[in-house]
Design a protein around this ligand. Structure first.
Ligand SMILES: Nc1ncnc2c1ncn2[C@@H]1O[C@H](COP(=O)(O)OP(=O)(O)OP(=O)(O)O)[C@@H](O)[C@H]1O
Length: 292
């Protein structure tokens, strides 16, 4: 599996989208901006690892992009999947989904526990946490009292958020209930672009620890003795936004500035990470867009 995989998903147009005379055309893994009379605009053609057109489902996004990351996490590889894109492009729709088409996060949780059950030779310990970054401050979505948490670094734990609640979980239902409880504490707000716009970045994190079941009884040092620890991050970023389009002022304006600034810094970090890093991780970034 590639270390970093970048895909685009095109959101279906809605009646509210203004049509400016051009549209994006998808051809395999290339997306090109076209004028209405179907001539491609030069310099506006981009290739990605995958492109999901307007008819794609959350199931297809999960199966093609995330499944392998979840399975690799069970084998001890760190993994991250995040949705990045402008406001209202469908990030939360992709990560959380709907009743009829659950998103990447609920699918990942169910898949993880199903796969774990089939790995009968290992025992697992799963811990989950759920946090948001709102106006550059970290809040715990599982415990409302845990606000403005600080990032620390230690030799033992690496970089971590001090005081973040970590819940030990035993089944998918328990995790989904925790996520639903956390959703209530997320910052959403209405803008001209999205009636329910995420005003914070959210990180749902699972720490997966496992060891071979026979490791205690065996005197030989075998592969089953190795304790594997991996971290899976499923991230729903707030959307980049043009203030002129969102009509943001007051609190919304302050949020919009923090969102744009942090997304720019994230872009810098990803550039650096993709610059010859030798870390063991798998990840995908899903960029979401729509024709306007
Ligand atoms: N693929 C899709 N099919 C149908 N509806 C979609 C799709 N993607 C997004 N939507 C709808 O579009 C609207 C905006 O989507 P969503 O809130 O997920 O955007 P977002 O990128 O998370 O926005 P923000 O950055 O403002 O939080 C929602 O009503 C959502 O249900």
């Amino acid at each position: 599996m590639e270390k970093i995989c970048v895909a685009v998903r095109v959101r279906p147009s809605t009646s509210e989208d203004s049509f400016n005379g051009s549209f994006w055309k998808v051809e395999e893994n290339r997306i090109t901006l076209h004028r209405t009379h179907d001539t491609p605009l030069s310099g506006s053609s981009y290739a990605f690892d995958h492109i999901f057109d307007e008819s794609s489902t959350n199931a297809s996004v999960y199966n093609l992009l995330t499944k392998d990351i979840i399975h690799a996490a069970l084998d001890g590889f760190n993994g991250t999947a995040f949705a990045y894109g402008q406001t209202s492009s469908g990030k939360t729709f992709t990560m959380n989904g709907s009743e009829t088409d659950p998103g990447v996060i609920p699918r990942a949780v169910k898949d993880l526990f199903e796969k774990m059950e089939r790995m009968s030779d290992r025992e697992f310990l799963i811990r989950v946490s759920y946090m948001e970054i709102y106006n550059e401050e970290i809040n715990d979505l599982l415990t409302v009292e845990n606000q403005k948490l600080q990032i620390h670094e230690s030799l033992e734990r690496g970089v971590f958020v001090a005081g973040l609640r970590e819940e030990v979980v035993n089944n998918a239902e328990q995790v989904l209930n925790l996520i639903n409880a956390g959703e209530v504490n997320r910052h959403f707000g209405e803008t001209n672009m999205n009636v329910r716009s995420s005003r914070s970045h959210t990180i749902f994190r699972m720490v997966i620890e496992s060891k071979g079941k026979d490791s205690n009884s065996s005197s030989d040092c075998s592969i089953s003795d190795v304790v594997r620890v991996s971290v899976l991050n499923l991230v729903d970023l707030a959307g980049s936004e043009r203030i002129a389009k969102t009509g943001a002022d007051g609190v919304r304006l302050k949020e919009g500035k923090s969102i744009n600034k942090s997304l720019m810094i994230l872009g810098n970090v990803i550039n650096k990470l993709s610059d010859g890093s030798k870390q063991r991780y798998t990840s995908f970034g899903l960029t979401l867009m729509y024709n306007d």
